[in-house]
Design a protein around this ligand. Structure first.
Ligand SMILES: [Zn+2]
Ligand SMILES: [Zn+2]
Ligand SMILES: [Zn+2]
Length: 292
């Protein structure tokens, strides 16, 4: 059975939806790309097999980062490349989350917030790893940015796949002082992470890098700073049950639905009776599109 793609759904239900919903320029671009992907609209190529001379036609793909068809391939390639880098040692899965008090700033200065998040997460891991108390070596770290949580709201965090062990100054392999999957305490990492980010924020404010900061007044910036300092920042660490490949698998999938692919089972066409619109037979499925 042909499983409808997102493009099928946009084509089928899109015109009605767009009569009542305005799209931003970016959404319009993504919409156009997704509905045109792998159709005659983008043109195609004729290919011939060098052995049997059989021919086939292939449509061009859109390459848009919001297109599930294109992104599945990109994710698979990314996952395969990372899997080749995995060492035969234990790994830990860390998550560094920014407080939601920074969401508004990220809406205006996404690049700065994401760069700083990456720098502070990796800086924290490498600083603790360099301490003789915990490891005294440099581990391998793979970071992946997630900007949404499962409820589709802004939830800025990076996942880090960290080798439990690293190269010491002499180039030899060194295991964690405590052994096994324990690299360093989450609490210490949380404090360092917060300290690094707040330092970077204060410096950026001082040097005028954040010219469109929505906390526009001195009082607003002081209020935000108070909120950022008030709580511990969320840092998580756990050994991956299925090893590093399982984490890469998870990270390569769609963080929103965790299914890795749109798994729409059916496109619903409202049945229209002569007198009135019958309720959609699949209304329940629309509200919840969690993977089966
Ligand atoms: Zn052939
Ligand atoms: Zn595409
Ligand atoms: Zn995530």
């Amino acid at each position: 059975m042909h499983r409808p793609t997102l493009a099928d759904i946009l084509r089928r239900c899109g015109p009605a939806y767009r009569q009542t919903h305005a799209l931003s320029a970016q959404q319009r671009r993504a919409w156009r790309a997704i509905t045109a992907c792998r159709t005659a609209e983008l043109g195609g190529v004729r290919e011939r097999c060098e052995h049997c001379a059989r021919e086939r036609y292939r449509y061009r793909s859109c390459g848009n980062r919001h297109c599930p068809q294109c992104q599945t391939q990109a994710k698979e390639a990314w996952r395969a490349a990372r899997c080749r880098e995995v060492l035969p040692v234990p790994y830990a899965h860390w998550v560094f989350t920014l407080p939601h008090a920074l969401n508004a700033l990220a809406a205006y200065h996404a690049r700065w917030v994401f760069d700083t998040l990456f720098a502070c997460a990796s800086g924290t891991l490498l600083e603790l790893a360099s301490s003789a108390r915990w490891l005294d070596a440099e581990p391998t770290v793979t970071l992946v940015l997630h900007t949404w949580g499962q409820d589709l709201r802004t939830h800025l965090h990076v996942h880090a796949l960290v080798s439990c062990g690293g190269l010491d100054a002499q180039g030899g392999w060194r295991s964690p002082v405590r052994g096994g999957h324990f690299l360093f305490p989450v609490k210490a990492a949380s404090r360092l992470f917060r300290g690094r980010f707040i330092d970077a924020l204060l410096t950026a404010q001082k040097t005028g890098v954040l010219d469109a900061d929505p906390a526009g007044t001195q009082a607003q910036r002081a209020g935000r700073l108070r909120m950022l300092r008030e709580h511990d920042w969320v840092v998580d660490a756990k050994p991956p049950a299925g090893g590093p490949a399982q984490v890469l698998d998870y990270l390569a999938r769609c963080p929103h639905c965790k299914c890795g692919h749109w798994r729409t089972v059916e496109i619903c066409t409202p049945r229209i009776s002569r007198s009135a619109r019958a309720p959609c037979a699949h209304a329940g499925k629309h509200a919840r599109d969690s993977p089966p």
